[in-house]
Design a protein around this ligand. Structure first.
Ligand SMILES: *[C@@H]1O[C@H](CO)[C@@H](O)[C@H](O)[C@H]1NC(C)=O
Ligand SMILES: *[C@@H]1O[C@H](CO)[C@@H](O)[C@H](O)[C@H]1NC(C)=O
Ligand SMILES: *[C@@H]1O[C@H](CO)[C@@H](O)[C@H](O)[C@H]1NC(C)=O
Length: 371
């Protein structure tokens, strides 16, 4: 508004000058004033166009014309827990993606996501209408083959896979590292630098004597002291923050998966990393872990010929600041990103867009997933 008032004033002023009878008598001062006023009008106009009327930092439109719009239908909310769906643009700056859970949209959507746990009982819980020709069915699974019943029913059903396996069409690890610039926001900054006072912890809620991790634990505890928490050990407060708080006191954490399968690495690893404890891992191969972390960031149970030697090494690190540094200094250059479900849906949308117009079928789901 003030810009408008200013403009009116400066535009009118030169006219008033010209109408001034003294002007006709050719007063030089008036010519100068007039020139100044005219120049000012243009200047203020320019300034107002440049600075005052520019809309605040223009955001890209949600859909740029060159991007095709993709809609994905989430067939059932994972575990039946209905959660708000994302706005992929607002939350993740992923353009032209729409995620819906409205089954009425089935015929129009580009892809449908099926969470394995919610269809694992059979095809009965899947669409009965025929699949539109260009529609892709996406198989979403976070669990390992051991905990994924019913895999054999799904040969030649899905078009894309969405799992923690690196060879999935849509690769969804539980978390990943992000390099940081100049250490700001790094893991080092987010965890206090006090020296942990205790050696080794394990948090376990699902204890089963058939698990490889239980046999490993039974052997390891012969050589080192292990503090066990959770339903099978000392009580633990609820919530991830309580776990992280607890692990901050420890040099090492046993990040052992409930079953050993290709690339199956869960949040247990990331809990240790976030808390600043060095993960001692039992799961897939070292190579698999090295896709997620620098080689020295974790200790793999296969790194040592015997459990006893592994135990000796843990004690050695505890007493040797240089070794400690060797295993922890990478933390100054990385932060951790844990993926949320909503983010994964939006990532899936990008893959659907990229593979649009292509045909693909997952021929042998079980053979692939269990390999
Ligand atoms: C990083 O830190 C160095 C030295 O403190 C400084 O010269 C450089 O500009 C910083 N880089 C960025 C991207 O902040
Ligand atoms: C962290 O990054 C800086 C800059 O790239 C590098 O000089 C330093 O060696 C890195 N530190 C570690 C422990 O990798
Ligand atoms: C998806 O998979 C089905 C079942 O195998 C197949 O008939 C269809 O052609 C595939 N569609 C696309 C778009 O890949």
């Amino acid at each position: 508004f003030s810009a408008v008032v200013l403009k009116l004033f400066w535009i009118k002023y030169p006219f008033l000058l010209f109408l001034n009878p003294r002007m006709k008598r050719g007063c030089a001062l008036n010519y100068v004033l007039c020139a100044v006023c005219t120049a000012t009008v243009f200047l203020t106009w320019e300034i107002s166009v440049l600075y005052l009327h520019v809309p605040p930092s223009p955001r890209l439109p949600p859909i740029s014309p060159r991007l095709s719009h993709i809609t994905i239908l989430l067939w059932v909310h994972p575990f039946g827990v209905v959660a708000p769906l994302p706005d992929c643009w607002k939350q993740f700056q992923i353009n032209g993606c729409m995620i819906t859970d409205d089954k009425h949209a089935y015929r129009q959507v580009d892809a449908v996501i099926f969470h394995h746990r919610d269809i694992g009982n059979g095809r009965a819980r899947m669409p009965t209408e025929p699949r539109p020709r260009s529609q892709k069915w996406i198989w979403l699974n976070h669990e390992s083959p051991t905990n994924s019943p019913g895999l054999q029913q799904f040969d030649r059903v899905f078009n894309l896979t969405m799992t923690y396996r690196v060879d999935s069409d849509i690769y969804i690890p539980y978390g990943h590292l992000i390099p940081v610039v100049n250490g700001s926001g790094s893991l080092d900054q987010t965890t206090s630098l006090h020296r942990p006072s205790r050696l080794l912890a394990w948090v376990v809620s699902d204890w089963s004597d058939s698990h490889a991790r239980v046999s490993f634990y039974n052997e390891l505890k012969r050589y080192v002291n292990i503090d066990v928490y959770g339903s099978a050990g000392k009580p633990l407060k609820k919530g991830i923050e309580a776990v992280l708080e607890l692990l901050r006191d420890y040099m090492f954490y046993l990040a052992m998966e409930n079953s050993q399968h290709t690339d199956y690495i869960t949040e247990k690893l990331w809990n240790a990393v976030r808390a600043g404890a060095i993960p001692v891992v039992l799961g897939p191969s070292r190579q698999s872990y090295e896709r997620l972390l620098p080689p020295e960031a974790f200790i793999h149970v296969d790194d040592f010929p015997t459990v006893e030697e592994l135990a000796q090494y843990l004690n050695k690190v505890m007493q040797n600041p240089d070794l400690m540094k060797h295993h922890l200094s990478w933390r100054q250059n990385y932060s951790v990103h844990l993926s949320t479900r909503n983010e994964l849906y939006c990532d899936a949308c990008e893959v659907v867009r990229r593979t649009r117009g292509q045909t693909s079928v997952v021929p042998h789901l079980k053979d692939w997933f269990c390999s």
